[in-house]
Design a protein around this ligand. Structure first.
Ligand SMILES: N[C@@H](CCC(=O)N[C@@H](CS)C(=O)NCC(=O)O)C(=O)O
Length: 216
C-alpha cells in the first residue's frame, strides 16, 4: 500500500517549498519511498474528515494503511525509523541526530516561524518594528550558536541525517532576510542540502503542485 500525505492545494508560499509537506517529501526522496499526495483546500482542512487525521486542521498528515500520523517532525522521525539513510545505526549517534531534530523544531523554528507570521499579520501594528527587532535578536543569537557548532563541518553531527533535513527546512524560511548570509557557513550548509538530488526532486514535486494550481 502506498503512503499518502496531505499538502496544500495552493500553497501560500507560491511554490517556495516552505510548507511543511516539503519535509516529508524530502525524507521520502532521501530513503527512496514512493508516496502519494492528497491536496487540500483551506476549507477542506477544517472539515471533520481531515480533523480526524489532524486535530488542528493543518497539513501535513501521513497515512499508511490503518496508521495515521500528524506533526511533520513525528512523521519525518517515523520515516527515518522505518528506512535506512536518515538516522545513524550507532545508538549514540542516532540519539544525537534525534536531538538535532528537536533542536530544529523546538529551538530554531519557533522564533523563525513567528518572524514570518509577524511580517505577514502585524505589519500595520504600532509594535511591529519593535517586535520584529526583538525576534531578529533571538534568531541571530540562535544562528550564532548553530554556526559555532557547525564550524567547517558539512552536517550537524557526522553524516547527513533527519536532524539536518529538519534544520534546513527551518533555516530556509530566513532566505531573503540577510541573516543567513551573515553566517557564511550556515548559508553554505543550506545550499549544500538544497543541492542534494533528493531535495531537488522534493522541491520540484511541490512546485509542480503550485504551478498546476496557478495555470489550471
Ligand atoms: N507543528 C505542525 C505545524 C503544521 C502547520 O502549521 N501547517 C501549516 C502549513 S505548513 C498549516 O496547515 N497552516 C494552515 C492552518 O494552520 O490553518 C507540523 O509540523 O506539522
Amino acid at each position: 500500500m502506498t503512503v499518502t500525505i496531505t499538502a496544500f492545494e495552493r500553497s501560500p508560499d507560491r511554490g517556495n517549498g516552505l510548507a511543511r509537506d516539503m519535509r516529508l517529501r524530502w525524507a521520502f526522496e532521501e530513503v527512496g519511498q514512493p508516496y502519494e499526495v492528497r491536496l487540500l483546500s483551506f476549507k477542506t482542512m477544517k472539515e471533520p474528515a481531515h480533523l480526524a487525521l489532524q486535530p488542528f486542521g493543518q497539513i501535513p498528515t501521513y497515512e499508511d494503511g490503518d496508521l495515521a500520523l500528524f506533526e511533520s517532525g513525528a512523521i519525518v522521525f517515523h520515516i527515518a525509523e522505518r528506512h535506512g539513510g536518515l538516522l545513524p545505526d550507532d545508538a549514540h549517534a542516532r540519539a544525537r541526530a534525534i536531538t538535532w531534530m528537536f533542536a530544529a523544531l523546538n529551538t530554531l523554528e519557533p522564533p523563525i516561524f513567528d518572524r514570518s507570521l509577524v511580517r505577514i499579520l502585524e505589519r500595520d501594528e504600532p509594535w511591529y518594528e519593535q517586535r520584529l527587532s526583538a525576534l531578529d535578536d533571538v534568531i541571530r543569537r540562535r544562528l550564532e550558536s548553530l554556526s559555532t557548532h557547525l564550524g567547517d563541518a558539512d552536517w550537524l553531527d557526522g553524516a547527513f541525517s533527519a536532524g539536518d533535513l529538519l534544520m534546513v527546512t527551518v533555516l530556509r524560511r530566513l532566505q531573503g532576510s540577510g541573516m543567513l548570509e551573515e553566517r557564511p557557513n550556515l548559508a553554505a550548509y543550506v545550499a549544500r542540502a538544497e543541492a542534494r538530488p533528493a531535495y531537488k526532486r522534493a522541491f520540484e514535486a511541490q512546485l509542480a503542485v503550485f504551478t498546476a494550481s496557478s495555470t489550471g
